[in-house]
Design a protein around this ligand. Sequence first.
Ligand code: PEP
Ligand code: MN
Length: 295
Amino acid sequence: MKIAGQVTVEDLPRICPRLCRQTNPQYGEEQTRVVEVGGVRFGNGRPVVIGGPCAVENHDQTMAVARAVKRAGSDMLRGGAYKPRTSPHDFQGTGVEGLCILRIAREETGLPIVTEVMDTRLVEQVAGYADMLQIGSRNMQNYTLLAEVGRTGKPVLLKRGMAASLCEWLGAAEYIAKQGNLNIVLCERGIKAFAAGEYSRFILDLNVIPAVLANTFLPVIVDPSHATGVASMVEPASRAALEFGSHGLMIEVADLSTGRPRCDADQAIDGETLGRIVNFARGRHERMLFAQAAA
Ligand code: PEP
Ligand code: MN
């Protein structure tokens, strides 16, 4: 029996009619909407790998990481110019200067850029530089921000709130969709659960991936960096995410020759490790295509 006030996936046609499978039968039970970002396609079967620094700190650091990410074979570059930090006394990012650095990195590497926007007043500015706008975990339920990024028409990477249910996450995506923008990619980034913080930063909820795939046609990727907070866990978590059906990965990378990252240093992997993850993702996809062709 349903408890009064309880929300379940049965409520999705009411919460997110633009995005759930029940009200969009044209997608059938399995088809994913392909979201294109500067020639990169999410949800077409080939996993997308996004790599980059946690924060855009300066030109040399960002360019070193961008080159490593390109060399590793990634599809896109990430990096926060505006950073949501737990303490207001911590490094807050480099703002518009960081956006300019990202633009230079895109020019050199050819990789499309995804970067976070935290403030409705800055949506236009960030959209002027980014190929894809990231909504961070802490802002997943900032509904005015969601509507504003929806209005830009730019593709959006919507991270899951760290304590958000599937219905809340898809409801947040609906705020973007309601503005006529269905170019949304979901990103699982770890949740607060009872053991979070004890042996890893958050708990990577891989179980949500098949649930997302069953209930919406939007592509979904996994961020194993914030989900674990531990560099040695990022590679196995990436493999596991792909096994669970993730359409891609977003991973934090550092190049220590330019210094220790100012944020999230413990979870950053090097370019070589990223290269192994990219090769695993590509190899796995090719084996699947081969098996399908043989069947
Ligand atoms: C990020 O990806 O830069 C980030 C801040 O992650 P999250 O919003 O998931 O904490
Ligand atoms: Mn980070």
